[in-house]
Write a protein that binds this ligand. Structure first.
Ligand SMILES: NC(=O)C1=CN([C@@H]2O[C@H](COP(=O)(O)OP(=O)(O)OC[C@H]3O[C@@H](n4cnc5c(N)ncnc54)[C@H](OP(=O)(O)O)[C@@H]3O)[C@@H](O)[C@H]2O)C=CC1
Ligand SMILES: O=C(O)C1=N[C@H](C(=O)O)C[C@H](O)C1
Length: 267
Protein backbone atom coordinates (compact mmCIF):
# COMPACT_ATOMS: atom_id res chain seq x y z
CA UNK A 1 0.00 0.00 0.00
CA UNK A 2 1.46 3.36 -1.06
CA UNK A 3 1.03 5.98 1.67
CA UNK A 4 1.40 9.74 1.53
CA UNK A 5 2.50 11.41 4.78
CA UNK A 6 1.27 14.97 5.35
CA UNK A 7 3.22 17.22 7.71
CA UNK A 8 6.19 14.89 7.15
CA UNK A 9 8.60 17.03 9.17
CA UNK A 10 6.26 17.34 12.16
CA UNK A 11 6.54 15.33 15.40
CA UNK A 12 4.07 12.74 14.10
CA UNK A 13 5.14 13.00 10.45
CA UNK A 14 8.69 11.91 11.28
CA UNK A 15 7.38 8.95 13.31
CA UNK A 16 5.06 7.95 10.45
CA UNK A 17 7.97 7.90 7.97
CA UNK A 18 9.98 5.71 10.39
CA UNK A 19 7.13 3.24 10.93
CA UNK A 20 6.28 3.02 7.19
CA UNK A 21 9.93 2.22 6.45
CA UNK A 22 9.92 -0.68 8.95
CA UNK A 23 6.45 -2.11 8.15
CA UNK A 24 6.00 -4.82 5.49
CA UNK A 25 3.20 -4.14 3.00
CA UNK A 26 3.45 -0.33 3.01
CA UNK A 27 5.71 2.11 1.18
CA UNK A 28 6.17 5.86 1.38
CA UNK A 29 4.55 7.35 -1.75
CA UNK A 30 5.29 10.97 -0.87
CA UNK A 31 6.22 13.27 2.01
CA UNK A 32 4.32 16.56 2.03
CA UNK A 33 4.93 19.88 3.72
CA UNK A 34 3.27 23.23 3.02
CA UNK A 35 4.37 25.77 0.42
CA UNK A 36 7.27 27.84 1.68
CA UNK A 37 8.36 25.27 4.29
CA UNK A 38 12.10 25.30 4.94
CA UNK A 39 12.27 21.49 4.55
CA UNK A 40 11.00 21.27 0.94
CA UNK A 41 13.55 19.26 -1.08
CA UNK A 42 15.00 17.60 2.04
CA UNK A 43 15.08 13.81 2.20
CA UNK A 44 12.16 12.56 4.37
CA UNK A 45 14.31 9.75 5.78
CA UNK A 46 17.00 12.21 6.87
CA UNK A 47 14.33 14.26 8.68
CA UNK A 48 13.09 11.09 10.38
CA UNK A 49 16.58 10.13 11.54
CA UNK A 50 16.85 7.15 9.16
CA UNK A 51 19.37 8.50 6.68
CA UNK A 52 18.56 8.96 2.98
CA UNK A 53 15.58 7.02 1.63
CA UNK A 54 15.27 8.92 -1.67
CA UNK A 55 11.90 10.54 -1.00
CA UNK A 56 12.21 14.32 -1.08
CA UNK A 57 9.69 16.49 0.75
CA UNK A 58 7.37 18.30 -1.66
CA UNK A 59 4.44 20.72 -1.42
CA UNK A 60 2.69 19.22 -4.47
CA UNK A 61 0.01 16.95 -2.99
CA UNK A 62 -2.46 16.59 -5.88
CA UNK A 63 0.02 15.22 -8.46
CA UNK A 64 1.09 12.38 -6.12
CA UNK A 65 -2.44 11.19 -5.32
CA UNK A 66 -2.90 9.35 -8.63
CA UNK A 67 -0.11 6.96 -7.58
CA UNK A 68 -1.17 6.59 -3.94
CA UNK A 69 -3.56 4.34 -2.00
CA UNK A 70 -3.78 6.27 1.25
CA UNK A 71 -2.94 9.45 3.16
CA UNK A 72 -1.72 9.67 6.76
CA UNK A 73 -2.70 13.03 8.18
CA UNK A 74 -1.60 14.47 11.54
CA UNK A 75 -1.73 18.19 10.75
CA UNK A 76 -4.44 20.80 11.46
CA UNK A 77 -8.25 20.70 11.12
CA UNK A 78 -8.74 23.11 8.17
CA UNK A 79 -6.06 21.32 6.14
CA UNK A 80 -7.41 17.85 7.04
CA UNK A 81 -10.87 18.86 5.80
CA UNK A 82 -9.51 20.06 2.45
CA UNK A 83 -7.53 16.81 2.10
CA UNK A 84 -10.62 14.71 2.97
CA UNK A 85 -12.33 16.25 -0.08
CA UNK A 86 -9.35 15.26 -2.27
CA UNK A 87 -9.37 11.74 -0.77
CA UNK A 88 -13.05 11.44 -1.68
CA UNK A 89 -12.41 12.57 -5.28
CA UNK A 90 -9.63 9.96 -5.65
CA UNK A 91 -11.39 7.20 -3.63
CA UNK A 92 -8.43 7.00 -1.22
CA UNK A 93 -7.93 5.89 2.36
CA UNK A 94 -7.55 8.92 4.61
CA UNK A 95 -6.33 8.29 8.16
CA UNK A 96 -6.97 11.43 10.21
CA UNK A 97 -5.13 11.76 13.53
CA UNK A 98 -5.45 15.54 13.62
CA UNK A 99 -7.35 16.83 16.68
CA UNK A 100 -9.12 20.07 17.58
CA UNK A 101 -12.09 19.68 15.17
CA UNK A 102 -15.31 21.66 15.75
CA UNK A 103 -18.71 20.00 15.23
CA UNK A 104 -18.85 21.76 11.85
CA UNK A 105 -15.40 20.37 10.92
CA UNK A 106 -16.57 16.86 11.87
CA UNK A 107 -19.60 17.28 9.59
CA UNK A 108 -17.28 18.22 6.69
CA UNK A 109 -15.21 15.07 7.24
CA UNK A 110 -18.38 12.94 7.42
CA UNK A 111 -19.49 14.47 4.10
CA UNK A 112 -16.19 13.51 2.45
CA UNK A 113 -16.54 9.99 3.85
CA UNK A 114 -20.03 9.80 2.35
CA UNK A 115 -18.64 10.85 -1.05
CA UNK A 116 -16.04 8.16 -1.64
CA UNK A 117 -13.22 8.44 0.93
CA UNK A 118 -12.37 5.60 3.33
CA UNK A 119 -11.76 7.71 6.43
CA UNK A 120 -10.44 6.44 9.75
CA UNK A 121 -10.54 9.31 12.24
CA UNK A 122 -9.57 9.07 15.89
CA UNK A 123 -8.27 11.40 18.57
CA UNK A 124 -5.87 8.62 19.49
CA UNK A 125 -4.55 5.83 17.25
CA UNK A 126 -2.89 3.76 19.99
CA UNK A 127 -4.11 0.31 21.02
CA UNK A 128 -3.74 1.23 24.69
CA UNK A 129 -5.97 4.31 24.63
CA UNK A 130 -8.65 2.58 22.59
CA UNK A 131 -8.61 -0.30 25.07
CA UNK A 132 -8.88 2.27 27.86
CA UNK A 133 -11.97 3.73 26.14
CA UNK A 134 -13.60 0.28 26.23
CA UNK A 135 -12.87 0.01 29.96
CA UNK A 136 -14.15 3.54 30.64
CA UNK A 137 -17.41 2.85 28.82
CA UNK A 138 -17.86 -0.35 30.79
CA UNK A 139 -17.08 1.28 34.16
CA UNK A 140 -19.37 4.25 33.44
CA UNK A 141 -22.21 1.85 32.59
CA UNK A 142 -21.65 -0.30 35.67
CA UNK A 143 -21.40 2.70 38.03
CA UNK A 144 -24.19 4.79 36.46
CA UNK A 145 -26.65 4.25 39.31
CA UNK A 146 -24.12 4.70 42.12
CA UNK A 147 -23.42 8.43 42.00
CA UNK A 148 -19.75 8.29 40.91
CA UNK A 149 -18.53 11.60 39.43
CA UNK A 150 -16.40 11.36 36.27
CA UNK A 151 -13.39 13.65 35.74
CA UNK A 152 -10.91 13.38 32.86
CA UNK A 153 -7.41 14.85 33.28
CA UNK A 154 -4.80 15.12 30.56
CA UNK A 155 -1.25 16.45 30.26
CA UNK A 156 0.68 17.17 27.06
CA UNK A 157 3.86 18.93 25.90
CA UNK A 158 4.07 22.73 25.74
CA UNK A 159 3.60 22.84 21.92
CA UNK A 160 0.08 21.39 21.87
CA UNK A 161 -2.46 23.89 20.51
CA UNK A 162 -5.88 22.32 21.21
CA UNK A 163 -7.70 21.54 24.47
CA UNK A 164 -9.12 19.32 25.76
CA UNK A 165 -7.04 16.79 23.86
CA UNK A 166 -8.71 14.64 21.21
CA UNK A 167 -8.06 11.66 23.49
CA UNK A 168 -9.75 13.31 26.49
CA UNK A 169 -12.80 13.96 24.32
CA UNK A 170 -12.74 10.37 23.00
CA UNK A 171 -12.66 9.12 26.62
CA UNK A 172 -15.45 11.55 27.51
CA UNK A 173 -17.54 10.15 24.64
CA UNK A 174 -16.88 6.63 25.97
CA UNK A 175 -18.01 7.65 29.48
CA UNK A 176 -21.11 9.34 28.06
CA UNK A 177 -21.91 6.24 25.97
CA UNK A 178 -21.66 4.11 29.13
CA UNK A 179 -24.14 6.41 30.84
CA UNK A 180 -26.31 6.54 27.71
CA UNK A 181 -26.18 10.34 27.51
CA UNK A 182 -24.76 12.84 24.99
CA UNK A 183 -21.36 14.21 26.04
CA UNK A 184 -22.37 17.71 24.89
CA UNK A 185 -25.18 17.73 27.49
CA UNK A 186 -22.85 16.85 30.39
CA UNK A 187 -19.36 18.15 29.72
CA UNK A 188 -17.72 20.83 31.89
CA UNK A 189 -14.60 21.89 30.03
CA UNK A 190 -13.33 24.69 32.29
CA UNK A 191 -13.76 25.95 35.85
CA UNK A 192 -12.73 29.31 37.26
CA UNK A 193 -13.88 31.51 40.16
CA UNK A 194 -17.02 30.80 42.18
CA UNK A 195 -18.36 27.86 40.20
CA UNK A 196 -20.88 26.59 42.73
CA UNK A 197 -21.12 22.89 43.50
CA UNK A 198 -20.47 20.29 40.85
CA UNK A 199 -23.56 19.67 38.68
CA UNK A 200 -24.89 16.12 39.12
CA UNK A 201 -23.97 13.93 36.15
CA UNK A 202 -21.27 16.28 34.83
CA UNK A 203 -18.26 14.86 32.97
CA UNK A 204 -15.41 17.24 33.84
CA UNK A 205 -12.20 17.94 31.94
CA UNK A 206 -8.88 19.28 33.27
CA UNK A 207 -6.02 20.28 30.96
CA UNK A 208 -2.32 20.53 31.85
CA UNK A 209 0.43 21.65 29.44
CA UNK A 210 4.19 21.60 29.89
CA UNK A 211 7.59 20.27 28.93
CA UNK A 212 7.88 17.29 26.59
CA UNK A 213 5.04 15.09 27.90
CA UNK A 214 3.89 12.93 24.97
CA UNK A 215 0.41 12.31 26.37
CA UNK A 216 -0.99 11.27 29.78
CA UNK A 217 -4.71 10.66 30.37
CA UNK A 218 -6.59 9.73 33.55
CA UNK A 219 -10.28 9.00 33.92
CA UNK A 220 -11.30 9.31 37.56
CA UNK A 221 -14.52 7.84 38.94
CA UNK A 222 -14.95 9.64 42.28
CA UNK A 223 -17.53 8.19 44.66
CA UNK A 224 -18.35 8.63 48.35
CA UNK A 225 -15.28 7.40 50.24
CA UNK A 226 -13.53 5.78 47.26
CA UNK A 227 -12.03 6.58 43.87
CA UNK A 228 -11.17 4.55 40.78
CA UNK A 229 -8.52 5.87 38.36
CA UNK A 230 -7.98 4.45 34.87
CA UNK A 231 -4.74 5.78 33.40
CA UNK A 232 -2.81 5.69 30.11
CA UNK A 233 0.66 7.16 29.65
CA UNK A 234 2.38 7.35 26.26
CA UNK A 235 6.17 6.83 26.28
CA UNK A 236 6.73 6.94 22.49
CA UNK A 237 4.86 8.54 19.55
CA UNK A 238 5.53 5.33 17.60
CA UNK A 239 2.35 3.91 19.23
CA UNK A 240 0.25 6.44 17.29
CA UNK A 241 2.17 5.91 14.03
CA UNK A 242 1.83 2.12 14.25
CA UNK A 243 -1.90 2.53 14.84
CA UNK A 244 -2.22 4.87 11.84
CA UNK A 245 -0.47 2.43 9.50
CA UNK A 246 -2.62 -0.42 10.82
CA UNK A 247 -5.72 1.72 10.20
CA UNK A 248 -4.64 2.43 6.61
CA UNK A 249 -4.07 -1.26 5.86
CA UNK A 250 -7.45 -2.14 7.38
CA UNK A 251 -9.35 0.66 5.61
CA UNK A 252 -7.94 -0.42 2.24
CA UNK A 253 -10.29 -3.42 2.45
CA UNK A 254 -13.39 -1.48 3.51
CA UNK A 255 -16.18 0.29 1.64
CA UNK A 256 -16.04 4.10 1.60
CA UNK A 257 -17.24 5.55 4.92
CA UNK A 258 -16.19 6.98 8.27
CA UNK A 259 -14.56 4.59 10.73
CA UNK A 260 -13.00 4.77 14.20
CA UNK A 261 -9.95 3.03 15.68
CA UNK A 262 -12.32 0.80 17.62
CA UNK A 263 -13.63 -0.40 14.24
CA UNK A 264 -10.05 -1.06 13.10
CA UNK A 265 -9.16 -2.95 16.28
CA UNK A 266 -12.54 -4.72 16.59
CA UNK A 267 -12.84 -3.81 20.28
N1 LIG B 1 -4.71 10.83 16.86
C1 LIG B 1 -3.51 10.57 17.39
O1 LIG B 1 -3.18 9.41 17.75
C2 LIG B 1 -2.55 11.69 17.54
C3 LIG B 1 -2.89 12.92 17.13
N2 LIG B 1 -2.00 13.95 17.15
C4 LIG B 1 -2.46 15.19 16.55
O2 LIG B 1 -1.76 15.37 15.32
C5 LIG B 1 -1.63 16.75 15.03
C6 LIG B 1 -0.16 17.08 14.76
O3 LIG B 1 0.59 16.87 15.92
P1 LIG B 1 2.18 17.03 15.91
O4 LIG B 1 2.80 16.12 14.91
O5 LIG B 1 2.61 16.96 17.32
O6 LIG B 1 2.30 18.55 15.39
P2 LIG B 1 3.51 19.25 14.59
O7 LIG B 1 3.25 20.71 14.69
O8 LIG B 1 4.82 18.71 15.04
O9 LIG B 1 3.29 18.76 13.08
C7 LIG B 1 2.22 19.18 12.30
C8 LIG B 1 2.66 19.16 10.85
O10 LIG B 1 1.55 19.48 10.02
C9 LIG B 1 1.91 20.61 9.20
N3 LIG B 1 0.74 21.48 8.98
C10 LIG B 1 0.01 22.08 9.91
N4 LIG B 1 -0.95 22.84 9.34
C11 LIG B 1 -0.80 22.69 8.00
C12 LIG B 1 -1.48 23.22 6.87
N5 LIG B 1 -2.51 24.04 7.01
N6 LIG B 1 -1.04 22.87 5.65
C13 LIG B 1 0.01 22.03 5.49
N7 LIG B 1 0.70 21.50 6.54
C14 LIG B 1 0.29 21.82 7.77
C15 LIG B 1 2.95 21.35 10.00
O11 LIG B 1 3.68 22.22 9.16
P3 LIG B 1 4.17 23.63 9.76
O12 LIG B 1 5.23 23.29 10.74
O13 LIG B 1 4.66 24.36 8.54
O14 LIG B 1 2.97 24.27 10.41
C16 LIG B 1 3.76 20.20 10.58
O15 LIG B 1 4.67 19.68 9.66
C17 LIG B 1 -2.23 17.48 16.23
O16 LIG B 1 -3.58 17.81 15.94
C18 LIG B 1 -2.18 16.44 17.34
O17 LIG B 1 -3.12 16.65 18.35
C19 LIG B 1 -0.74 13.79 17.62
C20 LIG B 1 -0.34 12.58 18.09
C21 LIG B 1 -1.21 11.42 18.09
O1 LIG C 1 -0.85 16.67 20.31
C1 LIG C 1 -0.39 15.58 20.74
O2 LIG C 1 0.80 15.41 21.00
C2 LIG C 1 -1.34 14.47 20.92
N1 LIG C 1 -2.54 14.62 20.48
C3 LIG C 1 -3.60 13.70 20.53
C4 LIG C 1 -4.71 14.24 21.41
O3 LIG C 1 -5.09 15.42 21.23
O4 LIG C 1 -5.22 13.50 22.25
C5 LIG C 1 -3.13 12.31 20.90
C6 LIG C 1 -2.01 12.24 21.87
O5 LIG C 1 -2.50 12.44 23.15
C7 LIG C 1 -0.88 13.20 21.52
Amino acid sequence: MRLVVLGAAGRMGRNLVRIIEETPGVTLAAAIERKGSSVLGHDAGELAGLGEIGTLVTDALEPVLADADGILDFTAPAYSISVAELAAQHGLVHVIGTTGFSAQDDAAVAKAAASGARVVKSGNMSLGVNMLAVLVERAARALAADGFDIEIAEMHHRHKVDAPSGTALLLGEAAAAGREIALADASVRARDGHTGPRPAGAIGFATLRGGSVIGDHSVIFAGEGERIELVHRADDRAIYARGAVKAALWAGGQAPGLYSMRDVLSI
